[in-house]
Design a binder for this molecule. Structure first.
Ligand code: FAD
Ligand code: DLZ
Ligand code: SF4
Length: 512
């Protein structure tokens, strides 16, 4: 009895049951490059190339290990261009007795596979994705009975559960759970980042780059230089490089932003963890080992582990708990169109230009650029969440809806009314000026809020706070902002509002 075992482009992991339990003599593994996945948003060309190159290398490794792999390339003339279509085609051709898939990372595919279950006349089994450290049931059990979910408490629960950074008495190492006060420093003058690895392109990757160049001429982004890791072995090199050269300063510069430094001390691992090349637990354990060996300070290691063990698992929990309605939430009633400069970086705002340029060049920008530059601008300017969501899902090599949507709609845009975070991450130019050297090279003046060259973030910030006062006024961490606004007096408040209107007008005209 042959089982057809389906592996999606972000499931490239031999530890998944779908591979572990395969009978190499009889079963067939199906992998397919399909138009539907490549076009459901207009992905960055580097993202498509990374996923296809990773898939092809993974398929090659499986074949070399003795598995039978049915690999459908994008330009296969019989390609039906949907994952379910390819499953049905394989079932017809191979005469299999059962189909197995690992649960997908996006709601639309969950629905598609459940629908296929009702149409196929053989069983289709959907297996859990065991790469995650918190299963759906565990998350539900943790959330049960809580009026409000907060990441910090989930993270503590996970630290204890996985015995990460815990001392012999079951207490957090260093006597506290969170070392944020030692982290998140502004960049020192002249801060540069460690050199990063660049992986050589082999014949498989070069073929993929030619395919993507030919098939996606209108998609955004620079395809080359292309130096992503495309195998687990290469991704592990990236992990080791990060642990040795970047982790010790990760915490300190976690929130720093520097002109022409897209990576600073960040790990670049999200794309590799998300496709399955490296496992979240092994990443956390390696980081912990560096701390225990005295190679990295506790504050850096704790800050790093919190991102993976805490935030990454937490956002997945939120996604599956609140979908499908989550994707349509827009509690702040934001209806502006996404400005064109998100696609071409053509703006005089140096901070936004930097974040978008890094994105177009590398299919990457680091967390604070995503949250406090492009995300913050969209929040303050009132851009419609769905358009912002589709942009984030398209442009980053690590973007899959389960992780991108709660980060965008919840964390950055507060469109979920506080499910993800109790208060919006809204900030004016002051924050950007403190945490970066961007303002020094900007057309706009960060110290001005109302003049013709005034930093757009300043007036937009106050206008945003004022527009949503009813919603946010009770929040203790925002009281100070409202007290400041009230002290300004009517004339100044009117000038701020007028400048915010002018900024929105310039934005709509494509002149910001
Ligand atoms: P590092 O800064 O080195 O962090 C280490 C790891 O922690 C990351 O590799 C990632 O696995 C994890 N991590 C850190 N922060 C988060 C977070 N908030 N949520 C989930 N995991 C986290 N991450 C994605 O993986 N895919 C996305 O599509 C994505 N979209 C985002 C959209 C917005 C608006 C924001 C604000 C954040 C988004 N993030 C997303 C989270 C985070 O920005 C990226 O994981 C990170 O920038 C990837 O770079 P890195 O691997 O160098 O991360
Ligand atoms: C992102 C992506 C792309 C561009 N192409 C494919 C593909 O052709 N075949 C495939 O199996 N997966 C692809 N992926 C990843 C899927 O979109 C991903 O599995 C789902 O979004 C679920 O997370
Ligand atoms: Fe960004 Fe304003 Fe600074 Fe310019 S002045 S870089 S727009 S924060």
């Amino acid at each position: 009895m042959t089982v057809l075992r389906v592996i999606l482009g972000d499931q490239l992991s031999t530890r998944l049951e779908i591979v572990r339990t395969a009978d190499r003599a009889k079963d067939v593994i199906l992998m397919a490059e399909v138009g539907d996945e490549a076009t459901y948003v207009k992905h960055h060309v580097k993202k498509i190339a990374f996923v296809f190159a990773a898939m092809r290398h993974y398929a090659q490794a499986l074949t070399q290990a003795g598995y039978t792999v049915r690999y459908v390339k994008l330009d296969d003339p019989d390609n039906s261009h949907s994952l379910t279509g390819e499953i049905e085609r394989a079932v017809r051709h191979l005469g299999v007795s059962e189909v197995q898939v690992t649960e997908a990372g996006e709601w639309r595919l969950k629905e598609a596979f459940e629908d296929l279950q009702t149409r196929l006349n053989i069983p289709l089994t959907i297996l859990p994705d065991t790469r995650f450290l918190c299963s759906h049931d565990e998350f539900a059990a943790w959330a049960y009975g809580k009026k409000e979910l907060r990441m910090e408490f989930f993270y503590r629960h996970m630290r204890a559960r996985y015995n990460l950074l815990m001392d012999a008495h079951g207490k957090p190492c260093g006597g506290q759970w969170n070392f944020d006060k030692d982290n998140r420093q502004p960049p020192v003058k002249g801060l540069t980042a460690p050199k990063r690895l660049s992986f050589k392109k082999d014949a498989i990757t070069r073929e993929v780059l030619d395919l993507v160049r030919a098939r996606f001429p209108d998609n955004i982004g620079r395809l080359e230089p292309f130096h992503f890791a495309v195998t687990r072995t290469q991704a592990l090199k990236e992990l080791d490089h990060f642990i040795t050269h970047c982790l010790p300063s990760f915490g300190t510069y976690q929130d720093a932003m520097v002109t022409d430094e897209p990576y600073l001390y960040h790990s670049l691992l999200a794309a590799y963890i998300n496709v399955g090349f490296v496992y979240p637990l092994e990443v956390c354990q390696k980081a912990e080992a560096a701390y225990r060996a005295g190679a990295a300070p506790l504050s850096a290691v704790e800050g790093f582990i919190r991102q993976i063990l805490g935030w990454r698992e937490y956002v997945r929990g939120i996604y599956w708990r609140h979908m499908p309605d989550y994707a349509d939430m827009n509690v702040l009633e934001a209806h502006e169109g996404l400005p064109w400069f998100y696609w071409d970086a053509d703006t005089k705002m140096h901070c936004v230009k930097q974040a978008v340029t890094h994105t177009l060049d590398h299919a990457y920008s680091h967390h604070i650029q995503r949250l406090m530059i492009t995300g913050n601008f969209a929040l303050l300017a009132g851009i419609e969440p769905r358009q912002v969501h589709e942009w984030y899902l398209a442009v980053y090599a690590d973007a899959y809806e389960w992780v991108e949507l709660p980060n965008t709609l919840g964390m950055a845009l507060h469109a979920d009314g506080g499910i993800m975070a109790s208060k919006p991450y809204a900030a004016g130019g002051n924050y950007i000026s403190k945490m970066s050297n961007f303002c020094q090279s900007c057309h706009y003046d960060v110290k001005d809020a109302t003049g013709e060259r005034a930093c757009p973030f300043n007036s937009l910030y106050w206008d945003f706070m004022n527009r949503h006062r009813d919603r946010f006024k009770g929040h203790h961490r925002l009281n100070y902002a409202y007290a400041t606004w009230d002290r300004m007096g009517e004339a100044k408040q009117a000038a701020y509002r007028a400048r915010a209107d002018a900024v929105r007008h310039l934005m709509r005209q494509g002149e910001l």
